[in-house]
Design a protein around this ligand. Structure first.
Ligand code: 13P
Ligand code: SF4
Length: 346
């Protein structure tokens, strides 16, 4: 038996033996997606993780996604194959800098993309994902000032679409920034019938050319359901092509090209996960996600608010910000190599 078939067998056995729910993000390798109970976007993964009966969840994605499951269900054991699977947006939004920004605008509400650390969620009023951001923003009273971070492209896109002013944090996804507006224009000229799909983390020059802008699940839905279209140009991470190909073997799928010579845009963090690491995590139930109690208690509030609005419930909003005076960003983050590479001012 080949090594990957053997690993696949071991994973399925361990998963069944220990009754583990295996979740995978669309950006994971196809071989990992094929073994998961559910494959989804960051909102769906958080919902499945929190609502499942299984008490052990393995999340093959990036660490902030596993943290969301742990925050929403603190009693569950949440494991992640590699805790170094960070995210450039988390790196672009260090807690201390975000707190200084927050303190300069105490009357504002802070809306934070889930691609953020638990510490930053703890000083946030409500989280959003790319699939529920419009609904969440619509629930905020129109007279409230909004601080939005850390993804400035998503923020700018939402401001324009909803005609709602917001102050934006200058963070970006390194992967989605790779797509070149100039080369997309050339590609569209070559494929005039293609439908252009883009994740809102892409730069404005890409979003302007897109027929559909949406979360990973929205882009997949478009490929699945728009049967009249035979060609799609996709401006998001390569992993999603796996589900797109399964759904539409008849369609031509082309990744939007980056500016440089490299052929494709892949998320280096997502790709840290391997079948071997998943097998080891299931075998050892490690590494586990652990979040300091006071951070988790605060961070849960902003995620809970997001979940309630997503489910159509009404929520109340604080009048002004009160600094929870959390301990400085602790070693639990530094130990994983998630120390910010550089910092950005809003
Ligand atoms: P989705 O919520 O659309 O899956 O996006 C998560 C992400 O990290 C995109 O880069
Ligand atoms: Fe973070 Fe970008 Fe990777 Fe998504 S694709 S996890 S935003 S670095």
């Amino acid at each position: 038996m080949s090594n990957s078939l053997q690993l696949r067998d071991e994973i399925l056995k361990l998963k069944a033996q220990k009754q583990v729910l295996l979740l995978a993000h669309y950006y994971e390798d196809g071989a990992i997606q094929d073994l998961a109970d559910h494959v989804g976007d960051s909102l769906a993964l958080a919902q499945w993780g929190a609502r499942s009966e299984q008490q052990i969840v393995l999340l093959a994605g990036v660490t902030f996604m596993a943290e969301s499951v742990k925050l929403l269900s603190p009693q569950k054991i949440v494991i992640a194959p590699d805790l170094n699977a960070g995210c450039s947006l988390v790196e672009n939004s260090p807690y201390q800098k975000m707190l200084e920004w927050r303190l300069r605008h105490p009357q504002a509400l802070m809306v934070t993309y889930v691609n953020s650390s638990a510490h930053v969620k703890a000083i946030t009023d409500v989280c959003v994902t790319s699939s529920n951001a419009e609904k969440v923003l619509a629930a905020i009273p129109s007279d409230r000032e909004i601080l939005f971070g850390p993804d400035q492209n998503l923020g700018r896109y939402l401001m324009k679409k909803l005609n709602r002013p917001m102050q934006l944090w200058a963070g970006n996804c390194d992967v989605h920034l790779l797509f070149s507006a100039r080369r997309l224009e050339q590609l569209r000229a070559r494929y005039p019938k293609a439908r252009v799909l883009a994740h809102p983390e892409c730069d404005e020059g890409i979003l302007r050319q897109a027929d559909v802008v949406g979360s990973t699940s929205r882009l997949l839905q478009e490929v699945k359901e728009n049967r009249e279209v035979q060609q799609f140009i996709v401006a998001t991470e390569l992993g999603i092509f796996h589900q797109m190909r399964l759904a539409r073997p008849d369609a031509e799928l082309i990744q939007s090209p980056p500016e440089g010579s490299c052929a494709c845009a892949e998320c280096p963090y997502m790709k840290l996960n391997t079948l071997e690491k998943i097998r080891n995590s299931l075998r050892d139930l490690s590494p586990q996600i652990e979040i300091p109690f006071e951070v988790a208690t605060q961070a849960r509030t902003s995620l809970d608010r997001m979940m309630r609005i997503t489910d159509g419930e009404s929520v109340s909003w604080p009048e002004h910000f009160v600094d929870p005076r959390l301990p400085a960003e602790p070693p639990y983050r530094a130990e994983r190599g998630l120390i910010p590479r550089f910092t950005l001012e809003a």
